[in-house]
Design a protein around this ligand. Structure first.
Ligand code: IMP
Length: 179
């Protein structure tokens, strides 16, 4: 099994690049079918979702638009319980069908707050896609993604955009922290 050392921690390969491509294609197919006839606005949640967003968006066949926000709730390998909006939304969501694109939903805190924000701003509909979902960690049920790439156990993962203290985002496969 392939392993990497990131900032002194060992991570083992968990989801190879080819399997990720299949997962992303499946999600894109579901979104293309569900949003036929509509022009959704995709909101990419930086930094972690940039790679998933890029691969997903290439497979979207709808007249879709894209915009970006940046949030941060993690330090190291644990959530801080607070969400900071480092780069706010710069596109109006009023009367738009919004699809939030996240890398991973863990406790759901980040998405819980953001979904409420988008509804207050007048979005017509708000759905969430997340490349990864940790169902056993969820504390905010309204943050359950409609379009899940893969559900995983409550373990720390990195690669494919996800980081450990900002390192490891460039790995094209997904890796899990060795216990
Ligand atoms: P939540 O608010 O607890 O759902 O946390 C969501 C955010 O925490 C994600 O957007 C990630 O930035 C980060 N995160 C959660 N779990 C992991 C992980 O296993 N690896 C890397 N980042 C993670």
């Amino acid at each position: 099994m392939q392993s990497v050392n990131v900032n002194g921690l060992i991570f083992d390969e968990y989801l190879p690049e080819q399997e990720i491509a299949t997962v992303v294609s499946d999600v894109a197919g579901r979104i293309n079918a569900d949003y036929a006839g509509r022009e959704p606005l995709f909101i990419c949640v930086l930094n972690g979702a940039f790679m998933y967003m890029s691969d997903l968006f290439k497979r979207i066949t709808l007249p879709a638009e894209i915009t970006f926000v940046r949030m941060k709730s993690y330090e190291g390998t644990a959530t801080t319980g607070n969400v900071n909006m480092l780069v706010p939304l710069q596109t109006s969501v009023k009367d738009r069908d919004v699809i939030i694109v996240e890398d991973i939903v863990d406790t759901g805190l980040t998405m819980h707050g953001f979904i409420q924000h988008l509804k207050r701003e007048g979005a017509r509909s708000v759905e969430l896609t997340s490349f990864l979902f940790k169902p056993d960690s969820l504390q905010f049920p309204d943050a359950t993604p409609k379009y899940i790439g893969k559900s995983i156990p409550t373990k720390f993962v990195l690669g494919y955009g996800l980081d450990y203290d900002e390192k490891g985002r460039n790995l094209s496969s997904l890796y899990v922290l060795r216990q």
